[in-house]
Design a protein around this ligand. Sequence first.
Ligand code: NI
Ligand code: MN
Length: 219
Amino acid sequence: MELQFLGHACFLLDDGRYKVLTDPFLSGTGQTELANTIRPDFIFVTHGHGDHVGDAVEIAKRTGAAVCCTVDLAEAVFAPAGVRTLAGNLGGTMTMPFGSAKIFQAIHGSGVAGCLSSGFIFEMGGRRIYHAGDTALMADMALLADEALDAALLPIGDFFTMGPADALRAVKMIRPKLTIPMHFSTFPPIAQNPEAFAASCEAAGFRARVLQPGASMTL
Ligand code: NI
Ligand code: MN
């Protein structure tokens, strides 16, 4: 099971058979070539803000990948754009060819009136990975301790989402085997030191790893 960080909240999960892309904000971070060539099977979008929808429509049209998100976001943004969607709703687990994806709540604006923001819990390649999307710290994260997560991808940027101190409180509730910070330093207001965050996790007894944009790891 390979996990690659492509910057901001964009990750590519690859079990050797299927490729899952999350929140593909690629041309917006200067990765236009990658946006034009990447070939995911599924594109998961946590909410309707531009730094998460990113190149989803263009990639879906070019590759035929299905865009997976909440029903409301699918109906508001992706179905009208003419792309294939696979839509569930909060609390629901979508059975997928690679395993499953459970839609977990997030506390954040959605960017589209009437829609809710979300995160996802992927079961793929024998691993369980939580992508938090954009979210504030919330007590609901304590529920994730029962999900036996191998990895938690958490925003630490502050300003628009939880910052490093609240993300550490989240780690203590979620208790994942590994934490990977995301959603930092893309824009000036969310400049953060991810190594300092990782060190704070390690000091609390939790493994954390900083991936630079483009870096991969085996889970
Ligand atoms: Ni957002
Ligand atoms: Mn965002």
